[in-house]
Design a protein around this ligand. Structure first.
Ligand code: R5P
Length: 289
């Protein structure tokens, strides 16, 4: 297998290739003056199984075009198989038409990737109304999970933890990680009014005395979900508040805002960021092998 790092996969490609004892190559990516992208394989892909690594953050649209250009070029140059390793895969949250006339972006983007790749591997995809990747992609799709890594991190670094999931969907992370380390977990409910306005509620009593509170979720984007959750938990007596997420998107200064609210924030490195302390290349290599 040849591991090829796209522009947003370069921070992970070499370590995945090293674990797999596979060859690694960087995709050459350039932009024309009018912003069009062009990609070029530096190594021969003919007859090879090619694993493209691309995480989809910052300029997501460019990341998508680059991955599609690379996949089709690899096929065109005679690759035997082209798979996509997406530590973070975007557009999964818009899984229905929330308002009249909207796109169901999840279906459209998954359909597009299905045309160009033979298989796709995604770490902790945000699945809600469609609860498995097989219901979304028409190609082989494999879900990886960072839960065991988050569990190890908590076990090694945080004493007496109680895990909090900020909304009904977060049980897949908060409750499942709590089970691995035998800790208590509580799932809250959330109402989202807009991208920047959420309200979080607790439906039962919890005792936070002498506990280190660890909020666990898949995505932190604006950070408002976590900040509102932390405010509620502080009113209930929480002293030390951690937040561990899989995908630290952290838009518009979210990381600073979280730190200003005295939340100790940690993420995996599915998206590179200053809070990324949990390394995911091992769980990728294990499944792609
Ligand atoms: C949504 O349900 C996700 O699990 C996260 O809770 C959400 O994306 C966080 O967004 P934000 O950080 O903007 O509140």
């Amino acid at each position: 297998m040849l591991i090829v790092s796209c522009s947003h996969g370069r921070y992970l490609g070499p370590s995945i290739a090293k674990i797999l004892k596979a060859n690694h190559s960087e995709l050459f990516v350039s932009k024309f003056p009018d912003d069009e992208l062009m990609v070029r394989f530096k190594d021969d892909v003919k007859g090879k199984s090619v694993a493209l690594i691309q995480s989809f953050y910052k300029n997501i649209s460019d990341c998508i075009v680059e991955a599609i250009l690379a996949a089709e070029t690899a096929h065109d140059l005679g690759a035997k198989k082209v798979i996509l390793i997406a530590p973070y895969f975007p557009y999964l949250r818009q899984d229905k038409r929330f308002h009249k006339g909207e796109s169901i972006s999840q279906e459209i983007i998954a359909g597009l990737f299905g045309k160009y790749f033979d298989a796709i591997y995604i770490i902790d995809p945000h699945l809600h109304r469609k609860d498995s990747l097989e219901n979304i992609f028409r190609i082989k799709s494999v879900k990886l999970s960072a839960n065991s890594l988050i569990a190890d991190y908590i076990k090694n670094k945080i004493k007496n933890p109680i895990l909090i999931g900020p909304d009904s969907e977060s049980f897949k992370w908060a409750r499942n990680v709590a089970r691995i380390i035998n800790a208590e977990s509580v799932i809250l409910s959330k109402k989202r009014y807009s991208s920047y306005h959420v309200a979080v509620n607790l439906n039962k009593k919890i005792n936070l005395k002498n506990k280190n509170v660890v909020i666990v979720d898949d995505i932190v984007s604006t950070g408002h979900t976590i900040i509102e959750t932390a405010k509620l938990l502080r009113r209930l007596g929480a002293k030390n508040i951690y937040c561990i997420c899989v995908h630290g998107i952290f838009v518009n200064g979210a990381l600073k805002r979280l730190q200003k609210n005295k939340i100790k924030i940690i993420s995996t490195n599915t998206i590179p960021n200053p809070a990324a302390k949990i390394e995911v290349s091992g769980i990728i290599a294990e499944r792609v092998r």
